[in-house]
Write a protein that binds this ligand. Structure first.
Ligand code: PMP
Ligand code: GLN
Length: 379
């Protein structure tokens, strides 16, 4: 059959998790916790599952959840979002990103993405008939070279996809990055998708610079967040998009025909949990910073070199002192022979640079991190 995505294979997350399972490796590849989500939240889900909340909820998400989302973005980012016109609940951030791309990109439109780019962006652009314009993040700290962005903006640029905190590098945008982005798109019909699924994972006293804090950017942006990350429940695939009314109108036209809506009982449960336990999200940076520190301490005597991650629940390491293999080969070797699975970076690039970096996920129980580190320190 003719392929609409001839260059796309199976996502690296599925490939590496499957390989980890087949070889009995400790899985520090795909990003998901190996500990459970909060007990109270599970109780609420069970309650609503058994309380007749099993039919179609509203297409935009249940009001109680949209109300909590609006309260959250006001509290954290000083953003006044209208829950009816500007907040939409989706089936994962993946769906929200897909919807926003389909809503904005027409055939021949250019979309700027920063490599390494989360792997769902480019296929979504391609399916919309758009052209991905890849701009590499600058090494060693994966910052955006805004002059390069300026040079790549054309009459056909319709969208820029940013991701902060950044998967896989852990880099975070500064307020200055946001100001520069706003300046670059001022007066042009360019929209922004701001993938902020790791909003609560910024370390060392840093601040998450949401587009929602920046009034001018907010008016052009689809800000995307995921309950999967915040509540340790990646399998529930529940997320949301905050965007101004005109953008939300177009977004919903797509959303209603991609998934229409998302599981009702989980929406009710999360709405209650957000209200009952606001401290959960507020405590996340410290919770994950400790995990990062534990992992970094555990591998500090290994031959991997690294700079502690500034955000996300991923740690990049350089294995150059251990092997000269390419990253995918080394990740396969590490998984199949040594028993620890990691994610190579090359699948997130149009043209991968010749370096020796791997991504480890540290949102795991300490016992998992200890078992993995014991192996990693022997390499
Ligand atoms: N964006 C980034 C940067 C991610 O890392 C992920 C997944 N972990 C997603 C989007 C998708 O999130 P979800 O599981 O809510 O679809
Ligand atoms: N976002 C997760 C990661 O980066 C994986 C999501 C997925 O498997 N689709 O590991």
């Amino acid at each position: 059959m003719r392929s609409k995505l001839p260059d796309v294979g199976t996502t690296i997350f599925t490939v590496m998790s499957r390989m980890a399972q087949e070889h009995g490796a400790i899985n520090l590849s795909q990003g998901f916790p190996d500990f459970d989500c909060p007990l109270r939240l599970r109780e609420l889900v069970a309650h609503y599952l058994n309380d007749h909340k099993n039919q179609y909820p509203p297409m935009t998400g249940i009001p109680a959840l949209r109300e909590q989302i609006a309260a959250k973005v006001l509290d954290l980012y000083g953003c006044h979002a209208d829950m009816d016109q500007e907040v939409t609940v989706t089936s994962g951030a993946t769906e929200a990103i897909f919807d926003a791309v389909q809503a904005t990109v027409c055939s021949g439109d250019e979309v700027i993405v920063f490599d390494p780019a989360y792997d769902s962006y480019v296929p979504a652009i391609t399916l919309a008939g758009g052209i991905a314009v890849h701009i590499p993040l600058a090494l060693p700290d994966f910052h955006v070279d805004w002059n390069l962005v300026k040079d790549n903006i054309t009459e056909r640029t319709r969208l820029i996809i940013i991701n902060t905190p950044h998967n896989p590098s852990g880099a975070v945008f500064s307020a200055q990055d946001m100001h520069t982005l706003a300046e670059l798109i001022r007066g042009r019909e360019i929209y922004v998708i701001s993938d902020e699924v790791y909003e609560h994972m910024v370390y060392d006293g840093g601040t998450h610079e949401s587009v929602l804090r920046h009034e001018e950017l907010r008016q052009r942006s689809f800000a995307v967040f995921s309950f999967g990350k915040t509540y340790h429940a990646t399998g529930w695939k529940l997320a949301y998009c905050v965007a101004p009314p005109a953008l939300t109108t177009e977004f919903r036209k797509v959303h209603q025909f991609v998934t229409f809506t998302s599981p009702s009982f989980i929406q009710y449960a999360i709405a209650d949990f957000m209200k009952e336990c606001p401290e959960h999200a507020k405590e996340l940076p410290a919770f994950y910073e400790e995990k990062r520190d534990t992992f970094c301490r555990l591998i500090s005597n290994s031959r991997f070199t690294f700079t502690p991650s500034r955000g996300t629940y991923f740690q990049l390491v350089d294995y150059g002192a251990i092997s000269t293999q390419r990253d995918a080969e080394f990740a396969n070797y590490l998984t199949q022979v040594k028993g620890v699975a990691a994610i190579p970076l090359s699948p997130f690039y149009e043209k991968a640079p010749q370096n020796t970096l791997l991504r480890f996920c540290f949102c795991k129980d300490d016992s998992t991190l200890e078992a993995a580190a014991e192996i990693l320190c022997k390499l």
